[in-house]
Design a protein. Sequence first.
Lengths: 359, 132
Amino acid sequence: MAKRTVIPFGPQHPVLPEPIHLDLVIEDETVVEAIPSIGFIHRGLEKLVEKNEWPEMVYVIERVCGICSFGHGWGYCKSVEGNLGLSVPPRAEYLRTIWHELGRIHSHLLWLGLLADSFGFESLFMHSWRLRETVLDLFEETTGGRVIFSVCKVGGVRKDVTDEQLAEISGVLKGMIPELTELTNVFLEDMSVKNRLEGVGTLSADEIKELCAVGPVARASGIASDVRLDGHGAYPELGFEPCVEEAGDCMARCKVRVREIFQSIGLIAKAAEQMPGGDIDVKVKGNPEGEFVGRMEQPRGEAYYYSKGNGSKFLERIRVRTPTNANIPALVKMLQGCDLADVPVMVLTIDPCISCTER
Amino acid sequence: MGERKDLIQDIKAIEAADLLSTVMDIKSDGYRLGQACATKTEGGVDILYTFEKDETLKNFKISLEDKAPELQSISGIYWAAFIYENEMHDLFGVTFKNLALDYGGHFFKIASETPWNPAAKSGADTEKGGEA
């Protein structure tokens, strides 16, 4: 047996935007075991539920993540609305869907940039992030924020979007398609990118099921699982179908996210076209009493929002289970038997968000 | 509008002794472990397990009326449960027996032991509890 060496990977590493640590046990250049450690920046945001009244807690939950912040706010509101038995007006559901899909586009573009950076393709990284800025501009114009939006509230949304703004969103996104196509074709067709992604970090559908992985990681292995199929938001009226690939490798995870960018543009255009009129919120009466388990399909995958109320202004518990939490076991399995040089790329293909995980 | 599967709330209370058989049954039915979490109660903690299949959820809740709660780990059935069980151990002081990957209280790097359930903590740090 070759001599075993333990290489510490992270928490500070050029490829990691946030701190996660892996003890990589290697034989020669092959990883035989990976032991993850998180918890370096655990913030205890869920605990703030004891100090913030439930209508205000949405601001805290949005801050779980600076990338999928809208989705976290929506997930929290959905859970409390379920607890209160509230029905949200259709226009609010459509607006939430549009903002959430805008969030998916900018999150996936951010991820593409980080992926390019991980294999040293700096110009690709810069172009991905340049295009992402356009999406952030749309957020700023419609919500006033680029990172934290504060437009989602229990019972609906705080801001309406005019017909002109809806047309502009659709027009701007449509205008991005040629550049997005050019950009994503490099990820999907360039030989140097293929060499780094194809056949690397493969997980079968059975392994994904066993490891309970979620989101693009699961869909890249042929699992057609997506919370957007559960009937919430405007998705049932937009004819949503999940993007699924079969290969299960790093390239398949890239393909799923690339396809989801274009899919989100289509969903937003359709939602803007079908936008119903009417109110954007309902009056909320009473306090949550009981418990509710809600979910969202964040850009990184399924997230849980469990709320428990006691009839007072303070919830007893809010629990956020983020997609990265669920994908760490898949990462650990994926790394077993890989080349040491592939570790950074493989870590990135689960799109880890440690900020979310350290809520 | 189609069926709102997200509004279906199936939360069933079970006994701690029935946990492993319940989890084995649900796994053989094709469910995936979605999440597990703890909630502090007056006399101990509630543990909630959520399983998902075809975008429908099943939840099982166990009430542990003990200041130093203990429960069998389900990581032998769903290996991925080690993430949630280590979290519950570090934040709520729940001890999981036969945990597949046990971080021994070092999963989260936190300033005090069991900050969200100070009663579960033994030792001199008890009075500092509540801050994560």
